[in-house]
Design a protein around this ligand. Structure first.
Ligand code: NI
Length: 387
C-alpha cells in the first residue's frame, strides 16, 4: 500500500480511514467519530447543516444558485467484535471494530465532499452529506429522517463496500439489493411435570421441535420458486434440569425477504404454523415480531444513471447478487427514490468477520464515483448538461 501515499488526496483519505479504523465507536456512541468528521469538514470549509442529531452529522455543499437537493450517505458506526487483522492501524479499543467497513464509507464520503467542494461554483443544486449513526442497530436512518434532513431531497444515494467484488467494480441493480431483516421471538407455553411422567404435563420442548421443523417447510412449500425467503431459528431456551419437563420454551431467529408481499405472507404463515402446531400438542404459543428494516429497493431510473456515471469513470459495472443482510438505507428509499450500490473492495473476509479489511485503492474510486454521481444527478434533475 506504499504506492498509495504518492497522491496527497489519496493520502488524506487513507489518513481519515485509518484514524476512524483505529478508533471505532458503537451505534449511538459515535461522539468522537462525529467530532472528527466535523473537524475535517470544517478544515475543508464545508458548511455544517443545522439538523439536530445526538451523534452523526449533516453537511451541505452547493446550492449557491438554488436548485434541487440530493443526498449522499455514509454510515459511521462500528461493531462489538474483537479485531484480529494485526494491521498497524487496528482498533485501539478492545472488543470494538470497524468490521463492516463503515470507516471506509465515511472516508469515501469525506473524499467525495472534498471533490465536490472544489466544484462548488458549478453545482446546479445542493449536495447534502449524511454521516449517519447507528446503522448496525438499524436505528440511525430513522433518526436522520426525524431530524428533517431528508426534507426537500429529490434523490438519495448510498453505498456498501463489497469484499467479493474486485476494486474498480461497482455493483448496481434496479429493484431489491438487500433484504428486509425481521426478528421473531416465539414463546411456547406447556405444563411442567416430572420427566418420568410426561403424560401429566405438556412438553414445550417437543412442541418447539415440531414448530421449528414445520417453520422450515414454509420456505419450501409456501414461497414461490421465483421468490425467496430465509427463516433461521438461532436460539432455543428451555428447562432447568434433566429430570424435569419444563413449563415453557422460548426460541428466536430471523426472517429475511426481498419482497414486501413475500414478507407479509411468510409472517402470516409463520403465525399460523406456530399457533397451529402448538395447539395440536396441547400447548399454546405466540410470535412476537422485532420489526427490522424493509428491503432496500433501488429505483430503476437512478440505477441507470449510476451505471452511466460508472462507465464514464471507466469502472466496470456488474449486477450484484442481492445480499440477505439488512440495511437501514431502506428507510430513506421509502421516503425518496435513489439507489444503494456495492463498491468492490477486494476484501479478504466478508462483513462482520474479525479479520475483515478493505483494499484502500477503493477509497479514491468510491470518492470520485460518489462525487460524479452527485453532479450527474443534479444535472439530470435540472435538465442541465453541465457535468
Ligand atoms: Ni455495514
Amino acid at each position: 500500500m506504499g504506492t498509495l501515499k504518492t497522491d496527497p488526496f489519496v493520502e488524506q483519505l487513507v489518513a481519515y480511514r485509518r484514524h476512524l479504523h483505529a478508533n471505532p465507536e458503537l451505534s449511538h456512541e459515535e461522539f468522537e467519530t462525529t467530532a472528527a468528521i466535523r473537524t475535517w469538514l470544517q478544515e475543508a470549509g464545508i458548511r455544517i447543516a443545522d439538523f439536530s442529531l445526538k451523534t452523526g452529522i449533516i453537511a451541505e455543499i452547493g446550492g449557491l444558485r438554488g436548485g434541487p437537493t440530493i443526498a449522499i450517505r455514509a454510515d459511521i458506526d462500528a461493531l462489538p467484535i474483537q479485531e484480529e487483522t494485526g494491521l498497524p492501524f487496528a482498533s485501539r479499543v478492545p472488543g470494538k471494530m470497524h468490521a463492516c467497513g463503515h470507516d471506509f464509507h465515511t472516508a469515501v464520503l469525506l473524499g467525495a465532499a472534498l471533490q465536490l467542494k472544489k466544484r462548488e461554483q458549478e453545482l446546479v443544486g445542493t449536495v447534502r452529506l449524511l454521516f449517519q449513526p447507528a446503522e448496525e442497530k438499524a436505528k440511525g436512518a430513522s433518526q436522520v429522517i426525524a431530524s428533517g434532513a431528508l426534507k426537500g431531497v429529490s434523490a438519495v444515494f448510498g453505498l456498501h463496500n463489497k469484499p467479493n467484488l474486485p476494486v474498480g467494480t461497482i455493483g448496481i441493480k434496479a429493484g431489491p439489493i438487500m433484504a428486509a431483516a425481521d426478528g421473531f421471538i416465539v414463546e411456547v407455553e406447556g405444563r411442567g411435570t416430572h420427566a418420568a411422567v410426561p403424560e401429566a404435563g405438556i412438553d414445550p420442548i417437543v412442541t418447539s421441535a415440531h414448530i421449528i421443523t414445520a417453520l422450515q417447510s414454509i420456505v419450501s412449500r409456501n414461497v414461490s420458486a421465483l421468490d425467496s425467503a430465509v427463516i433461521s431459528v438461532t436460539r432455543l431456551n428451555s428447562g432447568t434440569a434433566w429430570n424435569v419437563i419444563a413449563e415453557k420454551a422460548i426460541f428466536d431467529g430471523t426472517l429475511r425477504t426481498f419482497d414486501e408481499r413475500v414478507r407479509v405472507s411468510v409472517r402470516e404463515r409463520m403465525e399460523q404454523v406456530v399457533t397451529g402446531v402448538a395447539t395440536a400438542f396441547g400447548a399454546s404459543a405466540k410470535v412476537q415480531w422485532l420489526e427490522g428494516p424493509p428491503a432496500v429497493v433501488n429505483d430503476p431510473k437512478w440505477a441507470q444513471l449510476a451505471a452511466r456515471t460508472s462507465e464514464s469513470l471507466g469502472l466496470s459495472v456488474v449486477e450484484p447478487i442481492p445480499s440477505p443482510a439488512g440495511e437501514d438505507f431502506s428507510f430513506y428509499l421509502q421516503e425518496t427514490p435513489g439507489i444503494f450500490f456495492f463498491l468492490g473492495t477486494s476484501g479478504p473476509q466478508e462483513w462482520h468477520h474479525p479479520a475483515f479489511d478493505i483494499d484502500e485503492r477503493a477509497l479514491p474510486i468510491g470518492a470520485s464515483f460518489f462525487a460524479a454521481l452527485a453532479v450527474d444527478a443534479l444535472a439530470q434533475l435540472t435538465g442541465s448538461s453541465l457535468k
